[in-house]
Design a protein around this ligand. Structure first.
Ligand SMILES: [Zn+2]
Length: 197
């Protein structure tokens, strides 16, 4: 394949999650046809993001300032730390507006299969943060997958010496969920974690 600018654009787009070569070609054509409205602004936004976005040295969130806006916000509840796998999970919790504490972004999960060890994740600084006097509870909000739960158990062990409560998310029937449509794992977890009515 001739290595033109268009080919280069397609090859890079194909590296994005959810985009294969075919959809990358479509996306590239779509962008090129909308040079002024989309391609140029997108290129500028990407350059600006590459220049300014960094990881928060406190929690691992992405922002243009360090510490991030959440860590720096005095209105956030400093007694709560919610541990998530990725920044996307932090965003999901922020969209729910149900949580007003602070976060700790791991950057993934432990995985024996993929060779990801605690050293590959943002774990070592968590014990220090959890040990701070104003922290009362650490919420382990990792995925309900084997790797997510393995990671949560590992962190709970690491925090055993800290004077904090360690909790995990409930697993159960989704809001609006019909029992008939649930997978067996969700249904059995919901039954195990039943509560007084
Ligand atoms: Zn932060």
């Amino acid at each position: 394949m001739a290595d033109t600018e268009i080919d280069r654009l397609i090859q890079l787009l194909a590296k994005l999650p959810g985009l294969g070569p075919r959809s990358a070609r479509r996306a590239a054509l779509y962008l090129i046809k909308r040079r002024e409205a989309l391609l140029a602004p997108l290129a500028a936004a990407m350059a600006a993001a590459a220049e300014t976005v960094r990881s928060c040295s406190e929690c691992g969130n992405l922002d243009t300032v360090d510490p991030c806006a959440i860590c720096a916000d005095p209105r956030r509840d400093a007694s709560l730390i919610c541990v998530v796998e990725e920044v996307a999970d932090l965003w999901a919790l922020e969209r729910s507006a149900a949580y007003r504490g602070r976060y700790h972004v791991l950057g993934g999960t432990l995985s024996a299969l993929d060779g990801r060890t605690p050293d590959d994740l943002n774990i070592s600084s968590l014990a220090g943060r959890a040990g701070a006097a104003d922290v009362i509870e650490v919420i382990l909000a990792t995925s309900a997958t084997v790797e997510g739960q393995t990671t949560a158990h590992y962190i709970a062990d690491r925090l055993a010496d800290c004077d904090v409560a360690v909790s995990g998310l409930a697993h159960g029937v989704p809001v609006g969920g019909e029992l008939d449509y649930l997978d067996d794992g969700t249904l059995s977890a919901a039954l195990r974690m039943r509560r007084e009515f």
